[in-house]
Write a protein that binds this ligand. Structure first.
Ligand SMILES: O=C(O)C(=O)C[C@]1(C(=O)O)C=C[C@@H](O)C=C1
Length: 283
């Protein structure tokens, strides 16, 4: 049977994404994003699903950095899921909002609710956990403490918690992109295909004037639409960056090799991180 790994434990957004996109497979929980990626790389599981980017908080840097610097695996699909954050408490907590002393969650979930926390829980201590599910688990195991978790409806159900405040994310149109990593498993995602993308990793030779302009023009004059460009440190010293570029089309044997050759002539290195279908899910 096909095995799918996800950032767990139960009740995470990644689990929600996996449950929505796949059924029938064996699903295995991992404590961290690197552990899940390693398990695909080491053939412990067939498929791994990890978060990549949130509409409010931006890129999940751990995922990008781990895939670029530690373990290279091809991206084979993208799943976009709506995200609703709720404030979860133990059913035995009978106080009101102002009595909550600690809020637990994943850093990305806390960041999506900064304004809410600033307004309603300015004195609560923020405690970061490996996932929203882990935070919900902690609240469920500590009923005597005046604490809350930020997480989703599934977490409330899985851990028997109450949603004290619903929809506490600061902006309404909240979504997270998850990527599906696999070495060679055929994917069978039965959802409406939203489009196709290719993600490239581009490293500049050194800090030359106009280098970024030259990179972008290689795409521009071929009329290749870019949906994301992001720079990250190469970790070799201050001022050294690579670029992750999402192109709104599948890989083809004319335009992409053309771009690659043109950029390599400028001294850049170009790696294809994946060419993949994009699925939008509704929960
Ligand atoms: O903690 C979870 O539930 C996750 O699946 C991780 C994660 C993330 O890394 O962005 C996924 C979606 C939400 O944006 C918040 C947290």
């Amino acid at each position: 049977m096909t095995t799918i790994g996800y950032l767990g434990p139960k009740g995470t957004f990644t689990k929600l994404a996996v449950d929505t996109a796949f059924n029938g497979e064996e699903k295995i929980s991992f404590n961290t994003i690197p552990e899940c990626i390693d398990a695909v790389y080491n053939d412990v599981i067939d498929i791994g699903v990890v978060p990549l980017e949130n509409a409010i908080e931006g890129t999940v840097q751990l995922t990008v950095d781990y895939l670029v610097h530690q373990v290279r695996l091809p991206v084979k699909a993208e799943i976009v899921v709506p995200i609703q954050q709720h404030l979860l408490v133990h059913p035995e907590f009978t106080g009101d909002l102002s009595e909550i002393k600690e809020v637990h969650s994943h850093s990305h979930a806390i960041a999506q609710c900064h304004q809410f926390l600033h307004e309603y829980l300015p004195n609560a201590k923020l405690s970061y956990s490996t996932s929203t599910g882990k935070a919900a688990e902690y609240v469920s195991e500590n009923k005597e403490l005046p604490i809350a978790a930020i997480g989703n409806r599934l977490a409330a159900k899985e851990y028997g918690l109450i949603m004290l405040k619903e929809n506490i994310h600061d902006y309404p149109n909240n979504h997270t992109r998850f990527i599906v990593l696999t070495k060679n498993k055929e994917l069978n995602i039965k959802h409406t295909l939203q489009g196709e993308k290719t993600t490239l990793l581009i490293t500049l030779p050194n800090d030359e004037s106009g280098a970024l302009h030259q990179i972008l023009s290689a795409f521009a004059w071929r009329k290749m639409n870019l949906s994301k460009i992001e720079s990250r440190p190469t970790k070799t010293g201050l001022g050294n960056y690579f670029f992750i570029i999402d192109v709104e089309q599948p890989y083809d044997s004319v335009l992409f090799p053309g771009v690659k050759a043109e950029l390599e002539a400028l001294g850049c290195s170009v790696t294809i991180l994946g060419t993949y279908p994009v699925f939008h899910m509704s929960l």
